[in-house]
Design a protein around this ligand. Structure first.
Ligand code: VTB
Ligand code: MG
Ligand code: MG
Length: 323
């Protein structure tokens, strides 16, 4: 992959964020999602790459844009797999809550796990605990390992978990062990990334969420030199068959970070839509001046860039969304 691709992908997440943020607080999650998806889709055409969507908005028959298998880019340059979540956190935007982002991951052709849209158990930790954790360990053991790796007392360790009934027992066990639990409503890509960035105060991300989000998160974790493991959770025979069709002999096999993202190189780009701990949200400052806050990083070099940009919507009318 060319290093220019990283910066091109930020332009795409910026466009998606600016468009969908216009739906913030309007109680309309589908409209917010559509705005992100169509802005993202139209920006891809200008990019020098031979991209193929491997994680996207669905199959061709159900999603007209960014469907799995869709070719993106101008047909020149590197052959890459593209994983998108144009709006990670549609409910967040509808309700005006925190931490919605537009996200893209890219890697060499064939490198991203073609995870179907189903649940996935996941765990992510930062660099210090890399190589030391396993999804098969009881959470109590993981807490001991990460506390030692991060040189923290267990009472100072924070585990971030999505607030769902399916996680109630997990939350109880983390608290019983003496660590802290930070609950979040939606957006586990942001939560996974937080576990790899010390100043967020988050030490472990764990829980069951979307498999597509899991693969996108894995690209980010790889860029941040953290660690992640996962396991698909098919809910029925049809979902189990889908896992086997994508080449997993055992749908429930343990997936390491290298199974999720097979190459040493990957790019992750995200732009904040609503205010968050990692990124600021899109700000509409008046006079059509709009500010975005993005992160873009590359696994090969480990470079992490935070990019603030000013956009003049009067000169980018295609980013204005009709209400
Ligand atoms: C998960 C999570 C996402 O939606 O897919 C979640 O990975 C859906 O979980 O980050 P539920 O079925 O329990 O609602 C997100 O939070 C947002 O897309
Ligand atoms: Mg989405
Ligand atoms: Mg999502």
């Amino acid at each position: 992959m060319d290093r220019e691709l990283a910066l091109e992908l930020v332009r795409v997440t910026e466009a998606a964020a600016v468009s969908s943020a216009q739906w913030m607080g309007r109680g309309k999650k589908d409209e917010a999602d559509d705005a992100a998806t169509s802005a993202m889709r139209s920006m891809f055409d200008s990019i020098t790459m031979q991209g193929t969507v491997v994680i996207g908005e669905g199959e061709l028959d159900e999603a007209p844009m960014l469907y799995i298998g869709e070719e993106l880019g101008n047909g020149q340059g590197p052959a890459v797999d593209i994983a998108v979540d144009p709006l990670e956190g549609t409910n967040i935007v509808a309700k005006g809550h925190n931490n919605a982002m537009a996200v893209i991951a890219a890697a060499d052709r064939g490198a991203l796990l073609h995870a179907p849209d189903m649940y996935m158990e996941k765990i992510a930790v930062g660099k210090n605990a890399k190589g030391k954790i396993s999804l098969d360990d009881p959470i109590e053991k993981t807490i001991d390992i990460v506390a030692e790796a991060n040189n923290k007392r267990i009472r100072d360790l924070t585990v971030i978990i999505q607030e769902r009934p399916r996680h109630e027992e997990l939350v109880e066990r983390v608290r019983a062990k003496g660590a802290r639990v930070k609950l979040f409503g939606d957006g586990d890509v942001e939560a996974s990334i937080a576990s790899c960035i010390p100043h967020t105060g988050v030490d472990i991300f764990v829980g069951t969420g979307g498999a597509p989000e899991g693969v996108i998160s894995a690209a980010a974790v790889k860029c941040l030199d953290g660690d992640m493991q996962a396991r698909l959770v098919p809910q029925n025979e049809e979902e189990a068959n889908r896992c086997m069709e994508m080449g997993l002999a055992d749908p429930r096999q343990l997936l390491t970070l290298d199974d999720l993202v097979k190459s040493d190189d990957a790019i992750f780009a995200a732009t904040g839509v609503t205010e968050g701990e990692l990124l600021h949200g899109v700000k509409f400052l008046g006079n059509d001046l709009t500010e975005t806050d993005s992160i873009v990083m590359r696994a090969k070099t480990g470079t992490v860039r935070f990019i603030k940009a000013n956009h003049h919507l009067d000169r980018k009318p295609h980013l204005l969304v009709n209400e």
